[in-house]
Design a protein around this ligand. Structure first.
Ligand code: HEM
Ligand code: CU
Length: 563
């Protein structure tokens, strides 16, 4: 088996080169028919970005309404619908899909040296479930009674037929269920791919941390999403078939929805975060010109976060009076340990490295700053006395936006600027990129820091009007949101620029470490013409810098790949 590591017997030598050259149809036809993981991955990424900008416009509209204490930009019913659809799009249609089905689809097979995903047709089906499920949610706005208006969490009894009678709510249920199925299909596909399609030499503990994140996220999806699907079916049965799971009159328990929802909802928070942690774990070492500090520590920290995340759901329900406060508080606080390990690992990786602050790295560092701030306020919220005081106030809105924008926007953009050359063969503009970063980063703090104060002073969330005492801080926050919006528009400017003025990127513009940098940009249909030997976590670095390689020497007689 040791011969697997000899360069002469690489996959590339076994696979005829022509295989990589077969012709695919072009244009629209290719977009709809392809089962190539790279095309599907790009479809996911660009669709998710469109959803992101739609939800971002809704956010700007809400902040415009909140500029005045008695705003008349939208009706209060519409405000509720905007909150709901903004939050639902951001979480179900943008943050999850862009990472787990966009980046992961494109990158995981290449990073482990596989020619495609394990189930290419299932992969395509996932995308169509996602696209049609996602647009179903938006159609709510076209119905007479408007879109769902009960928050992304769909709490009963508000979401029952009595209080949300219109079809908007049903469309929301159908949409979330379809997108949930799409996520489950992607998870099955990714987990199988990672377990079975790794190239020779790519042992589990040589996989890039991004791949580890995706594996663990996939397992979390398989644990969490079916519970959500079941809860949605129960809610639908309550609304239309006279069931009484969540209605008191028929012997049901409304708060059961919260238990079911958050049993999905809290792992979902990590389903959203872990993939982006994985991206940062790729970007930071490359731009620090060092291997990651503590690779195995990172793997175990990711496993610990995932494990703990299934046991903390009731920290969203402290104020219901139905949950054991010390237990859920203690478990929630414990998550800070593996999360702290990650933050220290990224910092230790930069420490003493030759750090290069280009756009991608700026977003990575911006992510760390935002995430630490949002994480610290999260630790505060995990303590019941503080949560009783701040629950359902703007303090919570500030907390989750700092965590979420930190991860799903800043870390995502770190990854986007890093891998865009691989996806397209073209570079993004560094100047526009830096403007993109700085304007967004400044806008981010102006938007959310005042919201902590508003929350501490008692401003509730989910309101389109508020007491005039809160006017000043709300205005600051709204101005910040405009700045953040302008910052994000720079992404469109940059994409347009790179389309109009293509600057060829080359195969490995950043001196990358992992296998995707060993193939062309963009990669051929079957990903590789030849694979470098995989003898460490950094096969491409080993190949390009043999003098500083961390590859293990080829041992004869043992079976290394069985690790
Ligand atoms: C330009 C950036 C953004 C701004 C200005 C913004 C603004 C807002 C506003 C005004 C609300 C309503 C608060 C309330 O009345 O309770 C809200 C809710 C929410 N936002 Fe954002 N947001 C932004 C980005 C994001 C991102 C990137 C995510 C997630 C990835 C996100 C997730 C949510 C969620 C989950 C809710 C709660 C929805 C609910 O309660 O049902 N937001 N946002
Ligand atoms: Cu939680």
């Amino acid at each position: 088996m040791t011969t697997l590591h000899e360069p002469e017997l690489l996959l590339g030598a076994e696979q005829p080169v022509e295989q990589g050259e077969h012709r695919e149809p072009g244009g629209f036809y290719r977009w709809v028919t392809s089962v190539d993981h790279k095309v599907i991955g790009k479809n996911y990424m660009y669709t998710a970005l469109v959803f992101f900008f739609i939800a971002g416009l809704m956010a700007e509209l809400m902040r415009t309404q909140l500029f005045n204490p008695n705003g008349h930009v939208v009706s209060l019913q519409t405000y509720n619908a905007l909150v709901t659809i903004h939050g639902s799009i951001m979480l179900y249609l943008f943050a999850g899909p862009i990472a787990f089905a966009g980046f992961a689809n494109y990158l995981v097979p290449i990073m482990i040296g596989a020619p495609d995903m394990a189930f290419p047709r299932l992969n395509s089906l996932s995308y169509w479930f996602y696209l049609f499920g996602g647009t179903t949610m938006l159609f709510g706005f076209l119905t007479a009674s408007g879109a769902a208006a009960f928050g992304w969490t769909g709490y009963t009894p508000l979401s029952t037929a009595t209080y949300s009678p219109g079809p908007g709510a049903d469309l929301w249920i159908a949409s979330v269920a379809m997108v949930g199925f799409s996520g489950i299909f992607s998870a099955v596909n990714l987990v199988t791919t990672i377990f079975y399609l790794r190239a020779p030499g790519m042992t589990m503990f040589r996989m890039p941390l991004f791949v580890w994140s995706m594996l663990i996220t996939g397992i979390l999806i398989l644990i969490a999403f079916p519970v959500l699907t079941a809860a949605l079916v129960m809610l639908y049965a309550d609304r239309h078939f006279g069931a009484h799971f969540f209605t008191v009159s028929g012997g049901g328990v409304p708060v059961m929805w919260q238990n079911l929802f958050w049993f999905f909802g809290h792992p979902e928070v990590y389903i959203l975060a872990l993939p982006f942690f994985g991206m940062i774990s790729e970007v930071v070492p490359v731009f620090s010109r060092k291997p990651i500090f503590g690779y195995k520590g990172m793997v175990f920290a990711t496993l610990a976060i995932a494990g703990l995340s299934t046991g903390v759901w009731a920290h969203h329900m402290f104020t219901t009076g139905t949950v054991l406060l010390p237990f859920f508080s203690a478990l929630s606080l414990l998550i800070a340990v593996p999360t702290g390990i990650k933050v220290f690992t990224w910092i230790a990786t930069m420490w003493g490295g030759q750090v290069k602050f280009n756009t991608s790295m700026l977003f990575a560092v911006g992510f760390i700053a935002a995430f630490v701030m949002g994480g610290i306020t999260g630790v505060m919220l995990a303590s019941p006395p503080i949560d009783f005081y701040t629950h359902d106030t703007y303090f919570v809105v500030a907390h989750f936006h700092q965590v979420l924008i930190g991860t799903t926007v800043f870390a995502m953009l770190a990854g986007f600027y890093y891998w865009y050359p691989k996806f397209t063969g073209r570079l993004l503009h560094e100047g526009i990129g830096k403007a993109h970063f700085w304007i967004s980063f400044i806008g981010f703090w102006i938007t959310y820091m005042p919201q902590y104060l508003l929350g501490l002073r008692g401003m509730p969330r989910w309101v389109g009007v508020y007491s005039p005492n809160f006017t000043f801080l709300n205005r600051v926050s709204t101005v910040g949101a405009y700045v953040l919006g302008i910052g994000m528009a720079m992404l469109i400017v940059n994409l347009y620029w790179s389309w109009r003025h293509p600057v060829p990127a080359g195969d490995n513009p950043w001196d990358g470490h992992t296998l995707e940098w060993a193939t062309s940009s963009p990669p051929p249909a079957h990903n590789f013409h030849s694979l470098p030997p995989v003898r460490s976590t950094r096969p491409v670095w080993d190949m390009n810098h043999p003098e500083h390689s961390d590859a293990v020497p080829v041992v004869t007689g043992g079976d290394e790949s069985a690790e």
